[in-house]
Design a protein around this ligand. Structure first.
Ligand SMILES: Nc1ncnc2c1ncn2[C@@H]1O[C@H](COP(=O)(O)OP(=O)(O)OP(=O)(O)O)[C@@H](O)[C@H]1O
Ligand SMILES: [Mg+2]
Length: 364
């Protein structure tokens, strides 16, 4: 069979590989690039919309299996790559940032900062460029959880400043604006001013994902951010208890009312895995986050376990996702990160509307 012939068959085979989230085949989606056919040897790239894609390996295997089955093909090399797509927004701020994700909850202490930090870690480890904005002005926890000493940020040009950087993640926090251990004493309207600075005066550079860790509730900071920041979507964190769920519903309603897309719900401290028996124990009941997601018809992003390693990671400034890749908590945070990235890709695919043809994509 000629190389031309093989190539046509490879394209036909790849047209049967569906992206389960975007509900289209990977050829129509423009994912297949740089195809080379030499004799029976076939090589091509599959460029996904996020390096954290939860079905990356599944897609690779399906491509390999289907192309190998073509008569005349002796060797297949599938190179999985990713180019995060930018959410479309018209505001002229945070222009180098492709996706902005707010992490919120109704109630305090449910694990927003923990989820933010580990979500950032999981996305960073997948290969994405990640920033973390600590928008909890009165109770900033991110420097502690990331292990960043309290020092003033480095000044740039035109009143701008650079984020701190740790574990490959760029970080801003109000904690860096005050002396270590000193509270930042501000009246309500000044909170908005700090958030504006974080949005306008930070040299974030190019980022695939900027995670914003919000304070609890639906107050000034949340309002300023939803009005001024081009948020791509919001993640609401809850614990399984009814008291947390009631407040989480308020957070969901707030984002709905200001038309910020809901990426979904995370149920944190959902279950405990006992060392002795390896069994999941639902100490605070379970299923509340999932049923809430069903009620609001929004995605359920996953459950994360309550584990001492998560607390240690936060206290020691080394998020568990970086520290212990085998921990069930790390696996849970990675899965949540994959779901968040997938939801963003789904939202963007819906707004793009344009269908790239195979020819357009691979001749680029
Ligand atoms: N999955 C978990 N397993 C064990 N401990 C956890 C888990 N998630 C959070 N914690 C612990 O619970 C405490 C509160 O978490 P965290 O600070 O992330 O919550 P928060 O919602 O950001 O709180 P706040 O509303 O005060 O900002 C921390 O000590 C943290 O280490
Ligand atoms: Mg917090």
């Amino acid at each position: 069979m000629s190389e031309q012939n093989i190539q046509e068959q490879v394209i036909a085979a790849l047209k049967t590989v569906q992206d389960p989230d975007l509900h289209k085949n990977i050829v129509s989606l423009g994912f297949v690039k740089n195809m080379k056919v030499e004799g029976g040897s076939v090589a091509f790239d599959v460029e996904l919309t996020t390096p954290a894609c939860p079905v990356k390996e599944q897609l690779r295997n399906e491509c390999e299996t289907k192309v190998k089955a073509i008569p005349g093909v002796t060797e297949v090399k599938v190179n999985m790559t990713a180019e995060v797509r930018a959410a479309q927004h018209s505001q002229p701020i945070l222009t180098g940032v492709k996706n902005i994700i707010a992490v919120a909850s109704g109630k305090g202490g449910v694990g927003k900062s923990t989820v933010s930090v580990n979500l950032a870690a999981a996305l960073q480890m997948s290969g994405a460029k990640v920033g973390l904005m600590d928008a909890d002005i009165y109770g900033p926890s991110i420097p502690q959880m990331m292990g960043i000493p309290i020092t003033p940020p480095k000044a740039g040009k035109d009143n701008k400043f650079y984020p701190h950087e740790k574990h490959g993640i760029k970080v801003v926090s109000a904690a860096f604006l005050s002396k270590e251990g000193q509270p930042l004493m501000l009246r309500g309207p000044m909170l908005g001013g700090i958030i504006q600075q974080f949005l306008q005066n930070v040299e974030w550079g190019e980022l695939d994902y900027l995670i914003i860790d919000l304070p609890p509730g639906t107050g000034d900071v949340q309002l300023t951010l939803t009005q001024k920041a081009p948020l791509s979507g919001a993640v609401v964190v809850t614990t399984p208890q009814q008291v947390s769920l009631i407040d989480a519903e308020k957070a969901v309603r707030m984002f709905e009312s200001v038309k910020v897309p809901m990426l979904g719900i995370v149920e944190n401290m959902s279950y405990f895995i006992c060392d002795g028996c390896d069994k999941k124990h639902n100490i605070f009941k379970s299923g509340g986050g999932k049923s809430m997601a069903e009620k609001f018809k929004i995605p359920f992003l996953g459950e994360t376990p309550i584990l001492s390693g998560v607390v240690d990671g936060g206290d020691n400034g080394m998020p568990i996702t970086f520290q212990d890749t085998e921990s069930p908590a790390t696996k849970a945070f990675q899965s949540v990160a994959g779901q968040v990235a997938a939801q963003l890709s789904i939202i963007q695919a819906g707004s793009e509307q344009t269908e790239t043809t195979f020819e357009m994509a691979w001749k680029e």
